[in-house]
Write a protein of this length. Structure first.
Length: 126
């Protein structure tokens, strides 16, 4: 006699399948990480040889085209993550100010933040 599956048992089996899939992905991720750590030198050596071969085969026009493409990708990434990148830069400035002036000065508010948040690095005169 075939037993009918209830909606709760179907839902549970779906959860179990999702959990098994997540475990499989985690195990694959860990295995690839172990492989990379174990064979790091060989992998890096092969990558360097591959890149040297690629660079040797490029003429100046192709090299300029690849450089321009890389520049566009970097610009796109920066514009997409601009707020995060600039907040990290501001945190670096805070830490540098605290190391230079001490924590007591920080408590009294001697740190002057930038008016425009679209600039990074220390201000002139700091």
């Amino acid at each position: 006699m075939v037993r009918e599956r209830t909606p709760s048992s179907i839902q549970k089996s779906k959860r179990d399948e999702a959990a098994k899939e997540q475990i499989r992905k985690d195990n694959a991720r860990w295995a690839s990480k172990r492989y990379r750590l174990k064979n790091k030198d060989e992998i890096n050596k092969a990558a360097k040889a591959r890149m040297a071969k690629l660079r040797a085969g490029l003429d100046n026009a192709e090299h300029a085209q690849r450089k321009e493409h890389r520049k566009n990708i970097d610009k796109k990434h920066y514009l997409k993550n601009q707020d995060h990148i600039l907040s990290k830069a501001e945190d670096k400035r805070w830490k540098a100010h605290i190391e230079k002036n001490g924590d007591a000065d920080w408590a009294y508010g001697t740190y002057r933040s930038r008016r425009s948040k679209r600039h990074t690095g220390p201000r002139e005169g700091e």
